[in-house]
Design a protein around this ligand. Structure first.
Ligand SMILES: Nc1nc2c(ncn2[C@@H]2O[C@H](COP(=O)(O)OP(=O)(O)OP(=O)(O)O)[C@@H](O)[C@H]2O)c(=O)[nH]1
Ligand SMILES: [Mg+2]
Length: 399
């Protein structure tokens, strides 16, 4: 055989092998299309993707981007120390009592002693205005009337006891209200570096203005107060101000915030980057803030499903908190149902309970969804968030 031909054949084989190796090497290093968090899907097809290096997405820690005046002589200002949980419970009890104007109104009727039919109607009206809903009110009224017949209404203390146990039963102390902070096993597609473990992931969802970002910030503080390491993800890419709002919360307690500088970036991509970052850092918890959305916007509801799915490429999302504004009352119920169907809500955060006397909403929302109220927002202050405690709540209502 012509030696020249042999040389050409060998070179051709080598070139082919080299080419194949490069391709498979690229494949190895690349996330397959269906699992790529950066690939825009569905209606986002037209939107630019949000790879951190392309879109200016990045993380911000307190040391990297301090606010003006935050540095003194090159040192980062001291971080805030969030209030301990028992401390805040004590402080917030009075505000919780405010959400139960109805409890006191009923007690005052009961204290009249022998109740006339119009007294009973007054109790019924009061319960109805507390957002307990008609069905629950009727149930509670039946119980009260029956007990009143047995005990006689001349003993207001006894009736108060009946009201307390009736309300407590409605609020249901048997529900598990703990946040799921167990670290999940990594998904097969996670491809994490050795030693990295996914963090417990919490996704915050809800309609506009209910308090999602504020709750993310407050919850980060609760977790920091418990000595947990936290990463937050600003998956509200709708407005640049939203990421800044979350970053401000993070900065105050030294929690890193993963964000995209570009408005309209794919929120699922930012959520993925945050979950990935949390795993790489072995953080305990990753909190993902999302943009407010109306439940009747199907495309936006699908987007939430996508965020959850893409986060699941690292590990399953353990907690999906629906943030509901307590002052919207029964209107919140429809929202709650649609969000629940779209992403499977695991817990409710009832915010602005300090601004309403309609604490009955706690009962209604739990009944409608079969999901417990886990946290309550009781003010605009940084530590005005508390775990929901049924006994404390009912006692505050009847204090
Ligand atoms: N009084 C009171 N105000 C609250 C509470 N939680 C949140 N807020 C206020 O509600 C307003 C909206 O809060 P955000 O956290 O920005 O709400 P959001 O759901 O993130 O809003 P979007 O991202 O626009 O959908 C802010 O002024 C908060 O201070 C609460 O528990 N009590
Ligand atoms: Mg927000």
């Amino acid at each position: 055989m012509d030696p020249m031909l042999v040389v050409i054949a060998v070179l051709a084989v080598l070139a082919l092998a080299g080419g194949l190796w490069l391709v498979s090497g690229r494949r190895r290093g690349r996330v397959p299309p269906e699992v790529s968090p950066h690939k825009p899907l569905d209606r986002e097809e037209a939107l630019p993707t949000a790879r951190p290096e392309e879109a200016g997405a990045g993380t911000e820690s307190p040391g990297e981007a301090p606010e003006a005046g935050e540095r003194a002589g090159g040192a980062v200002a001291t971080l805030e120390r969030p209030e301990s949980i028992p401390g805040r419970m004590q402080r917030l009890r009075a505000r919780l009592a405010g959400s139960g104007g109805f409890g006191k109104a009923i007690l005052s009727v009961l204290s009249r002693g022998d109740l006339s039919e119009s007294d009973w109607e007054e109790i019924e009206d009061t319960l109805l205005t507390s957002d307990l809903g008609v069905e629950v009110t009727m149930e509670l009224m039946d119980g009260l009337r029956t007990q009143a017949k047995v005990l006689g209404t001349s003993d207001p203390e006894a009736i108060r006891g009946v009201l307390r146990s009736g309300l407590l039963e409605l609020v249901d102390p048997t529900m598990d209200r703990s946040l799921n902070l167990a670290r999940p096993a990594a998904a097969e597609s996670a491809d994490l570096p050795a030693g990295a473990e996914p963090a417990a992931a919490i996704l915050m969802v809800g309609v506009n203005g209910t308090g999602k970002t504020t709750t993310c910030g407050k919850l980060a503080r609760v977790l920091v107060a418990q000595d947990r390491t936290v990463v937050m993800g600003a998956a509200d890419t709708f407005r640049a101000a939203a990421a800044e709002q979350l970053s401000t919360w993070g900065r105050r307690v030294g929690v890193e915030v993963v964000r995209s500088e570009r408005e309209g970036a794919d929120p699922a991509s930012v959520a993925f980057d945050a979950v990935r970052k949390a795993a790489d850092q072995n953080a305990d918890v990753v909190l993902i803030d999302t943009a407010g959305r109306l439940q009747n916007k199907a495309g936006l509801m699908d987007e939430l499903g996508k965020i959850k799915r893409v986060m699941g490429k690292i590990a399953p999302v353990g907690e999906i908190l629906l943030v509901l504004d307590a002052t919207t009352g029964q209107n919140g119920m429809r929202q709650a149902q649609v969000f629940s169907e779209a992403v499977g809500v695991t817990g409710i955060v009832l915010t602005k309970l300090d601004g309403t006397a309609k604490g009955g909403i706690v009962v209604t929302v739990q009944r409608e969804l079969g999901v417990p109220v886990k946290l309550v927002g009781l003010g605009e202050g940084a530590d005005d968030l508390a775990p929901f405690d049924p006994e404390g709540f009912v006692d505050a209502l009847l204090a």
